[in-house]
Design a protein around this ligand. Structure first.
Ligand SMILES: [Zn+2]
Length: 280
């Protein structure tokens, strides 16, 4: 999965530390990220790379996290692709980069970049928000409101029946490969209740014997994914929720498609069922 970056170690502990020339930074414009041109991997800039053309960058940078001994910062100045050799490329590259620690760094930074960018003003009183120097938190000096990064819990459900697994395809998304049932937990609901509701809503089936598999941070959508296997309970007739799904069908183990990029919990759960490496 995209967050499985061992032996490298992702450390999200917040440090109140000014950036130094050898530290790396992440810069985003919309759905794009700044990387070095002519590299076959996601190669992020250091402050040293920008010290001639943008000498003040390190001063205004926001600390993000550390991977091994490399500190990563967020830089919000625009137009950094005006420096020769650097370019903005689509964040879709996070899904295909073979070196997962590079894509995980990029997508985790993107989540924080969106959170900072979407919370410039206080949601309670409208005054500008400030960034805490003690922790990853923003606050309003005027009214005391505090805000932490958004993380929304979402269930992924692998519905199985003997040697069959239920696979779906979502409508109107860039991602068009087979998926599992998925949906956000709603107000007042446990994860288990979300599993039953989502399966019923999306494909009209009942399930039993829920088994928690793994969870995964999914910074693309500010989500914490929680994966469950769930056994079909009763009738196997699929009634598709057509405004969300374009298909939903039973696949025998051998027909389950391979997981090409191995970044998602969904892919890992499909493969584990196919290869019988999960005990159900
Ligand atoms: Zn306020």
């Amino acid at each position: 999965m995209i967050n499985d970056i061992a032996p490298r170690r992702f450390d999200n502990c917040y440090k109140n530390k000014k950036a130094e020339p050898h530290d790396l930074f992440l810069s985003y414009e919309g759905n794009t990220v700044l990387v070095k041109k002519d590299k076959d991997k996601l190669w992020y800039p250091s402050f040293k790379d920008y010290e001639e053309d943008f000498p003040g960058l390190a001063e205004n940078a926001t600390f993000l996290f550390t991977v091994d001994d490399i500190n990563y910062y967020l830089v919000e100045e625009k137009g950094l692709d005006s420096v020769d050799g650097w370019t903005y490329i689509s964040t879709e590259n996070f899904r295909t980069e073979p070196k997962k620690w590079r894509s995980f760094v990029g997508v985790a930074g993107w989540q924080l970049s969106r959170w900072y960018g979407n919370n410039l003003f206080c949601g309670r009183c409208g005054k500008p928000m400030k960034r805490s120097e003690k922790e990853r938190m923003i606050y309003c000096e005027a009214c005391g409101y505090q805000s932490y990064p958004t993380i929304s819990p979402c269930v992924i459900v692998a519905v199985h029946d003997g040697d069959r697994l239920l696979l779906t395809k979502y409508k109107g998304r860039t991602y068009t490969r087979h998926a599992l049932i998925a949906g956000f937990a709603e107000i007042g609901e446990s994860l288990e209740q979300a599993v039953h509701r989502e399966v019923e809503e999306e494909v009209g089936l009942k399930v039993k014997n829920l088994k928690f598999y793994k969870s995964q941070p999914w910074p693309f959508t500010d989500t914490l994914l929680v994966g469950f296997y769930a056994e079909l309970d009763g009738d196997d007739t699929i009634t598709l929720q057509e405004d969300e799904l374009s298909s939903g069908e039973w696949f025998n183990r051998d027909d389950i498609p391979p997981d090409k990029y191995k970044i998602s919990l969904t892919g890992e759960m499909m493969t584990a069922f196919k290869n019988r490496t999960v005990e159900l």
